[in-house]
Write a protein that binds this ligand. Structure first.
Ligand code: XMP
Length: 479
C-alpha cells in the first residue's frame, strides 16, 4: 500500500529549549535575503495590494526589513513607488536637483514646486558656483531676476569622499541644511542634507544599499517582467519577486532563466512547496526561493484545488535542498504569532514574508473600516475576486477575460497602529525564541531544528486557556 507521508504545520510543533549562555536581547537577527542583499531584520512584507505600497516599504526598511511593492499597479506607478522608497533616505545624493547659472528665479520656483526640493546647487557647466534655497526666495516679487542675483556664493563644502563625522561636524558648526560635495576641480559630485543625516540617526537599524538608500523590492510575473524590470531598474530597485502561486512550473522556471540572462537584478523565485520546486528555481538562477502554497490566512487554494503542503514541512524540505546550493529560503504565509517566525527559521528559512500581520498597520494601503465600533483594515487575497478584477489573475494562471475562480477571500483585520512598535513585538518574540534555543544568530537558529511534535492537547495547553482575557496583549489574541 502507498504510504501517506505526515507533514507538519507551525501549530503541530514546538521547539525544544536548550542551554543559553547569553541574554535574548544579545541575539543577532541580521540575515541574508537573497544574493548579496542583507537585512537587519528577517521580515519582509507581502506583495499584496492591501499590504505593501511605498509607505509600508519605507517604514519596514527603516526598521531593517524590506517591502515588496505589489503589482496591481501599472508598471509606471509601481516603479514610481519604488523610486519613493529609494529616495526617502540618502547618504550622499549623487544626482541632486540643480539649477544653471542664467536661469530665472521663476525657473527656480518651478523646479522647487515640481520636485519638492528646497535647496538647489547652482552650476556653471559642472562647476558649483552657488546655492539657492526656498528661504532666499521667501520675499521675492520679481521672478524675472537671475539666479546669480540671489544665490549664496560663500558656501560650506565637502571635498572628495567625505566621512559622516566630518559632515555632522559641519552641520552642527554652521547650522546649514545642505552640504554640497565637490571634486578637486570644483565640480559638483553630490549633496548631503541635514534631513537625511537625521533620518540615519533615528533609524540605525535601517536596511540600506551601498549608497545609503533603503532596500526596496517589487513583484513581477512571467507575463509582465519584460515591461516592469527596465522601469524598476531605472529607479534602482534592489530585487524583484516572481510573484506566482505555482513556482514549480515551466513558465516560472523559464521566466527566472530569462530575467537572469537579460537583466542585472536579484531575483526571488516562487512559490514552491518542496525540494524539487526549490531545485528547479535555483538551477534556473534564482537568488532566493520563496516557499508557501496555500498557508496564507486569506488563501483558499488548498480548499479549492485540494493541493498544498503544511508550511513547516514545505520550508524544511525546500531549505534542505537550497542549503546544498547556498541559496536562502523565504517562508511565505501562515505566520500568526512571533513564535511561528522562530519555528520557520529553525526549519531552515532565512527570512519570512507576512501579509496578515501587517495588513492592520497604519502604513498598509488597505482601507480603514469601522465595524461594531472598532476600527479594522481591509485585507484581501491577491486571488480574491476583488484583487483579480484589479489585475492579479495571472498570479493564479488566469487569463484577463476569464470569469474569476478565486483562490482567496476578502476580509478585514483589526487596526494595529504604527509598524515600529508592532515590529518590535515580533522581533523581540523571535529573540526570546533564540534565547530559549541558545542560538545567538539566524544561522545558528537555521540549523537548530530540535522540533517536538505536539498533540491537540499540547496546542490547547500552549495557548492561554481556562481564563477570559480581560486586557488584550499587543502580541497575542485569538480570533
Ligand atoms: P499571510 O498568512 O501572512 O499570507 O496572510 C500572505 C501570503 O499569502 C499568499 N497569498 C495568497 N495565497 N490565495 C492564495 O492561495 C490568495 O488569494 C493569496 N493572496 C496572497 C502570498 O504568498 C502572501 O505573501
Amino acid at each position: 500500500m502507498i504510504q501517506i507521508e505526515e507533514k507538519y504545520s507551525y501549530d503541530d510543533v514546538l521547539l525544544n529549549p536548550s542551554y543559553a549562555d547569553f541574554l535574548p536581547g544579545e541575539s543577532d537577527v541580521r540575515t541574508r535575503l537573497a544574493g548579496d542583499i542583507y537585512l537587519n531584520s528577517p521580515i519582509i512584507s507581502a506583495a499584496m495590494d492591501t499590504v505593501t505600497e511605498y509607505q509600508m516599504a519605507i517604514a519596514l526598511a527603516l526598521e531593517g526589513g524590506a517591502g515588496v511593492i505589489h503589482r496591481n499597479l501599472s508598471p509606471l506607478e509601481q516603479a514610481a513607488q519604488v523610486g519613493k522608497v529609494k529616495r526617502y533616505l540618502n547618504w550622499i545624493i549623487e544626482d541632486p536637483v540643480t539649477v544653471k547659472l542664467g536661469q530665472t528665479l521663476g525657473d527656480v520656483d518651478n523646479i522647487m514646486k515640481e520636485t519638492g526640493v528646497t535647496g538647489l546647487p547652482v552650476l556653471d557647466g559642472n562647476k558649483l558656483c552657488g546655492i539657492i534655497t526656498n528661504r532666499d526666495m521667501r520675499f521675492i516679487t520679481d521672478f524675472s531676476l537671475k539666479v546669480q542675483d540671489l544665490m549664496t556664493t560663500r558656501m560650506i563644502l565637502e571635498e572628495g569622499t567625505p566621512s559622516v563625522e566630518s559632515a555632522e561636524k559641519k552641520f552642527n558648526q554652521y547650522k546649514i541644511e545642505k552640504l554640497p560635495v565637490v571634486d578637486q576641480a570644483g565640480n559638483l559630485t553630490g549633496l548631503i542634507t541635514v534631513t537625511d543625516m537625521e533620518k540615519h540617526r533615528t533609524s540605525p537599524q535601517a536596511a540600506l544599499d551601498s549608497h545609503g538608500s533603503l532596500i526596496a523590492g517589487a513583484a513581477v510575473s512571467p507575463n509582465d517582467f519584460e515591461q516592469r524590470i527596465p522601469l524598476l531598474l531605472e529607479k534602482r530597485c534592489d530585487f524583484i519577486v516572481l510573484d506566482t502561486a505555482h513556482g514549480n512550473s515551466f513558465s516560472v522556471v523559464k521566466a527566472v532563466e530569462d530575467i537572469k540572462k537579460k537583466f542585472n537584478i536579484t531575483v526571488i523565485g516562487g512559490n514552491v512547496s518542496d525540494g524539487d520546486g526549490a531545485r528547479r528555481l535555483i538551477e534556473a538562477g534564482a537568488d532566493a526561493v520563496k516557499v508557501g502554497v496555500g498557508p496564507g490566512s486569506i488563501c483558499t487554494t488548498r480548499i479549492i484545488a485540494g493541493i498544498g503542503v503544511p508550511q513547516l514541512s514545505a520550508v524544511m524540505e525546500s531549505a534542505e535542498e537550497a542549503n546544498k546550493h547556498n541559496i536562502p529560503i523565504i517562508a511565505d504565509g501562515g505566520i500568526k504569532y512571533s513564535g511561528d517566525i522562530t519555528k520557520a527559521i529553525a526549519g531552515g528559512a532565512s527570512s519570512i514574508m507576512v501579509g496578515n500581520l501587517f495588513a492592520g498597520l497604519k502604513e498598509s494601503p488597505g482601507k480603514e473600516v469601522i465595524f461594531e465600533g472598532r476600527i479594522f483594515k481591509q485585507y484581501r487575497g491577491m486571488g480574491s475576486v476583488g484583487a483579480i478584477k484589479d489585475g492579479s489573475g495571472d498570479r493564479y494562471q488566469m487569463k484577463k477575460d476569464e470569469a474569476p475562480v478565486p483562490e482567496g477571500i476578502e476580509g478585514r483585520v483589526p487596526y494595529k497602529g504604527e509598524l515600529k512598535p508592532y515590529l518590535n513585538q515580533l522581533l523581540t518574540g523571535l529573540k526570546k525564541g533564540m534565547g530559549y534555543c541558545g542560538c545567538r544568530n539566524i544561522e545558528e537558529l537555521r540549523s537548530y531544528q530540535k522540533f517536538v511534535k505536539i498533540s491537540p492537547a499540547g496546542l490547547r495547553e500552549s495557548h492561554a486557556h481556562d481564563v477570559s482575557i480581560t486586557q488584550e496583549a499587543p502580541n497575542y489574541s485569538r480570533y
